[in-house]
Design a protein around this ligand. Structure first.
Ligand SMILES: CC(C)(COP(=O)(O)OP(=O)(O)OC[C@H]1O[C@@H](n2cnc3c(N)ncnc32)[C@H](O)[C@@H]1OP(=O)(O)O)[C@@H](O)C(=O)NCCC(=O)NCCS
Length: 163
């Protein structure tokens, strides 16, 4: 059974690192723009600031991490970094993670959410389009943007005037 995305805690960094280490060089390149070494991937996983950012995971049978999204928070925007294990692709896991990240980013009140990928990353480009993101090609990279609806201010009804 494939579970819905959930937040990963600090004690699950090692699980996330193992998920990243299982990616082959091509997937590492697609995810990070470079074929990062095992050592660099470990440092990346252990260096995520979980007080500021959010890390979501999808588990198979409750134990194996098969998909993950690092939602990095900046003052005005959030960035999604996404990976799904090769054997579990095209089952909607990446899409579920993006939807979860968008909902979470909305609670932060950021103005936009974006994903960066290599221009040849058809899977990511299609996924971004499916979520209504605007794609901007910049040389060998593509940035996908989604504007976040503004959080509505709570307007209290005016107190009845006393005469
Ligand atoms: C990109 C990635 C996360 C997609 O994950 P996924 O779980 O397979 O995606 P989904 O099953 O949710 O696919 C959603 C939509 O994206 C598009 N898509 C996904 N994989 C695709 C592919 N190989 N080719 C074309 N379109 C694809 C489709 O529109 C798909 O909808 P559909 O299946 O109804 O046609 C996954 O391929 C991956 O981990 N790639 C390596 C790392 C990477 O590229 N990360 C992105 C940079 S941050």
């Amino acid at each position: 059974m494939i579970h819905a995305p959930r937040l990963l805690g600090a004690d699950e960094r090692e699980t996330y690192a193992r998920h990243l280490l299982a990616l082959d060089p091509h997937d590492r390149h697609l995810r990070f723009g470079a074929g990062l070494s095992d050592c660099t991937l470990r440092a990346y996983a252990s260096g995520i600031d979980l007080e500021r950012d959010a890390l979501f995971g999808v588990f198979y049978e409750g134990v194996t991490l098969i998909g993950a999204a690092h939602l990095a928070r900046a003052p005005s925007h959030a960035e999604i970094g996404l990976t799904v294990a090769p054997d579990f692709r095209r089952r909607g896991i990446g899409s579920a993670l993006v939807a979860t990240c968008c909902r979470h980013a909305r609670t932060w009140g950021v103005r936009s959410i974006f994903m960066r990928c290599a221009a040849e990353n058809t899977a990511m480009r299609n996924l971004a389009r499916a979520h209504g993101m605007r794609l901007i090609v910049d040389g060998p990279e593509v940035d996908a943007f989604l504007a976040m609806p503004e959080r509505r201010a709570i307007v209290r009804p005016a107190a009845p005037a006393h005469h």
